[in-house]
Design a protein around this ligand. Sequence first.
Ligand code: GCO
Length: 254
Amino acid sequence: MAPTTAPLFDLTGRRALITGSSQGIGLCIARGLAQAGASVVLNGRDAGKLERAAQELRASGAAVEARAFDVTDEAAIAAARDALDPIDILVNNAGMHRRGPLVDMPLENWDAVLRSNLTAPFLMARAFAPGMIARGRGKVINLCSVMSEIARPTIANYAAAKGGLKMLTRALAVEWGRHNIQVNGLGPGYIATELNRSLIADEKFNAMICGRTPLGRWGRPEEIVGPAVYLASAASDFMTGQILYIDGGILAGL
Ligand code: GCO
């Protein structure tokens, strides 16, 4: 029997903005949403890198725009909203690390990580929600993390931000559900991205992660795409305030 579930995941006619999508998980999600029929808007701070990513997606037939702006800058976000709306699907993926022992952590490193991983999703959701409310539908997908649930030494700023992002996801879900806006999170486990290059290269850390992860390996960025398409599509219209962990089982137990 020909599969009949495709319409549930069909994003034709929808426009998606994915922050931090010139590489890594963000670019994989943008590619996956485009393959499901969405027109996508890439975002990053490096205009050259962004345009190269956009050209790569266009070569595969995707409808792609690119807009370089800083997702921690309120004025830049307002200008982007005025230029880009309507946005049906907002993926708050942009984020960063500044690792180090808390006792020595400069306030600037705390502030920068909280600003990019938590404040930016707030600013972006606040900017694009009015259009979604006016249209009576919308999807917001926040890139949380297994660090929304557990921590490890030297990433207190990132864990605090991702824990906050989990609760922001729930707060937006309960505030905007009456407008038919579904707000959910994706929680990647240890994924082989640029952000983690130094960790993978550290034999001891690499062995620890592969040992702690029931599936015994690092995830691949493209393994985040399926859950992202699900949360962006009608298939998840009765899901809101949830975090989907794509973590190889690391949160399942010791
Ligand atoms: C680290 C890692 C983690 C994970 C990510 C998983 O420093 O321990 O970068 O933060 O990669 O958060 O979602």
